[in-house]
Design a protein around this ligand. Structure first.
Ligand code: G3I
Length: 394
């Protein structure tokens, strides 16, 4: 059944390629978005550049942030769009390409938010990082009831459907998100979810092979969290991820790079030179490394807004100094740009993350879309970093 679906899909894919007009969205090349940020920076002294994307582009780094289309409908929607137009050259889909949004139930495919997301990117000359094809978490209940054969079919059909519709429109994809979850106590510390439960570790290789087949030009990433901290949790994630990568590469799985999320937390200990050494180990395997979800949870920072903002900015500065010193790190993506739209401001978090109930301040713009010290810390790090150079394939 699954095979039949794929064969049909290849035929549909070929038809689609020859008829770009069948899609409402214009294709976007990597050079087109990189150039626009470069143009903003060209011939300008970096001290007077007022765009993080333009500063990054001067050194060949792709700079972006996650973006949620529903924020455009809020009273602050135009300010929201403006900070993206000014400061990024690529956007990551924070919600609209996730399975629960695309497939709220077994018989519904809802592409409306994702189409709108790709249109925003295209209209504003921005690149796209697709997040995420397969994540064994945050899945709708109907998927948890499926049999092994049905889960296998879903994996095939989902990757085919999404990559057909948005073929060539995302430069990079998180093919598999957060496969590590030590608390699930599986071999290799792999996350327990319907894909792992029915397909074992092979779900990862299958997903990458399908993604390569259906969007051969896209850069394919495996995206992981919690590898940064200098505690036991960080060490476990780093080792589990490295072991997983090596097993997959040994099997010929077409992984192009690793996304390291880097949701930094004020209460965790860090040793950023140690983390940079871990990033170097991944690069030495011939893989691209991208920082994919950077923000700073300030819940353990006490004091006034000024003190908290200073500490958040300092953590950004210390982290970026070490990580961007590695010229092979090719992209830096924040998880949103404004405190107003951070996942840490989600009303679903009821009383917020902080004991004092004050709103979190994790990002370079405040809730009124004004720049904070973190913006300047990031800008300084981009000015100071060396020019990028591609990873040498092993
Ligand atoms: O759709 C409802 C909306 O109607 C309601 O008003 C709102 C009230 O809280 O909740 C809305 O949905 C929530 C949605 O975020 C939008 O805020 C979902 O319940 C909630 O589960 C969803 O959370 C997202 C989460 O991933 C799960 O998909 C976060 O926004 C998003 O930032 C977060 O992103 C993850 C990355 O994908 C992977 N790495 C960690 C990162 C942060 O947790």
């Amino acid at each position: 059944m699954a095979k039949q679906r794929i064969r049909r899909g290849v035929t549909r894919r070929t038809a689609l390629a020859s008829s770009a007009a069948s899609l409402a969205l214009a294709p976007l090349s990597i050079t087109s978005f990189a150039k626009s940020a470069h143009e903003r920076a060209e011939g300008t002294d970096s001290d007077s550049i007022d765009s993080l994307a333009a500063l990054a582009a001067q050194k060949g780094l792709a700079f972006g942030a996650s973006f949620a289309v529903h924020e455009l409908d809020r009273p602050y929607g135009e300010q929201y769009a403006d900070v993206y137009r000014r400061d990024v050259q690529l956007i990551t889909s924070e919600l609209c390409l996730k399975i629960p949004i695309l497939r709220p139930d077994a018989h519904v495919l809802d592409f409306a938010p994702a189409d709108r997301f790709f249109s925003f990117a295209s209209e504003n000359g921005l690149g796209v990082h697709g997040h995420t094809l397969i994540w064994d978490d945050y899945l709708p209940d109907w998927i948890k009831q499926l049999s092994g054969v049905e889960v296998d079919h879903l994996l095939n059909a989902h990757i085919l459907t999404v990559l057909e519709r948005y073929n060539g429109k995302a430069e990079t994809w998180d093919v598999v998100n957060e496969p590590i979850a030590p608390w699930d106590k599986n071999p290799g510390n792999l996350r327990q979810g319907p894909f792992y439960a029915h397909l074992g570790e092979d779900y990862i290789g299958k997903a990458f092979h399908l993604a390569r087949e259906f969007d051969p030009k896209a850069k394919l990433l495996l995206n992981e969290a919690q590898t940064e901290s200098a505690d036991e949790n960080g060490a476990t994630f780093r080792k589990s991820l490295l072991d997983l990568i090596k097993r997959q590469l040994d099997k010929g799985v077409p992984i192009d790079g690793i996304g390291l999320q880097c949701h930094l937390q004020s209460e965790r200990p860090y040793d950023f030179p140690r983390f940079a050494a871990f990033v170097r180990e991944i690069i030495d395997l011939g893989l691209d490394v991208q920082i994919t979800e950077l923000d700073v949870n300030d819940s353990a920072y006490p004091g006034s807004t000024t003190e908290r903002d200073t500490r958040v900015a300092n953590l950004y500065a210390q982290f970026l100094k070490e990580v961007l010193a590695l010229p092979e790190v090719s992209a830096l993506v924040l998880w949103q740009l404004s405190d107003r739209t951070s996942w840490m401001a989600d009303p679903g978090l009821k009383n917020g993350l902080r004991k004092d109930k004050k709103p979190s301040r994790p990002l370079p713009y405040d809730r009124a879309f004004e720049k904070k010290p973190a913006w300047y810390a990031i800008a300084d790090a981009l000015r100071a970093m060396p020019a990028r150079r591609p990873v040498r394939k092993t």
